[in-house]
Design a protein around this ligand. Structure first.
Ligand SMILES: [Zn+2]
Length: 117
């Protein structure tokens, strides 16, 4: 998971610089004040939320993949039926969290670009 903190400038202002999302994306910066530090970058709240959700979605996809491989092994007789059923339940919970994270990311995209609704 991403480390997050809220940096304050030496003069007490929150942030102290512009959002650095452009350094991550390779595109232009958004021009908003940076307020949240994640992975050494200072980001505006919108880009911090987007990066957090991207990280969460990637993590949950990895969990889904790993659980799928374990379930396949269980279906080949490597695990008991109870263990395999437990893994299927875990995968369903991970799927629900992944769908919620993807929905939240789509919400951020719509907030940013009302024309895409
Ligand atoms: Zn930004």
């Amino acid at each position: 998971m991403l480390e997050e903190s809220r940096p304050d400038a030496p003069d007490g202002r929150r942030g102290g610089g512009g959002c650095q999302f452009g350094l991550i994306s390779g595109g232009p910066g958004c021009g908003l004040p940076g307020e949240v530090r994640i992975l050494g970058f200072i980001l505006c709240p919108g880009h911090a939320s987007r990066l957090y959700l991207e990280d969460r979605i990637a993590s949950l996809r990895a969990v889904m993949l790993q659980l799928g491989l374990c379930i396949e092994a269980g279906e080949r007789g490597k695990l008991s039926g109870t263990e395999t059923a437990r893994l299927r339940a875990r995968r369903e919970r991970a799927r629900a969290r992944l769908e919620a994270a993807e929905k939240a990311r789509r919400g951020l995209e719509m907030d940013r670009d009302p024309e895409s609704r």
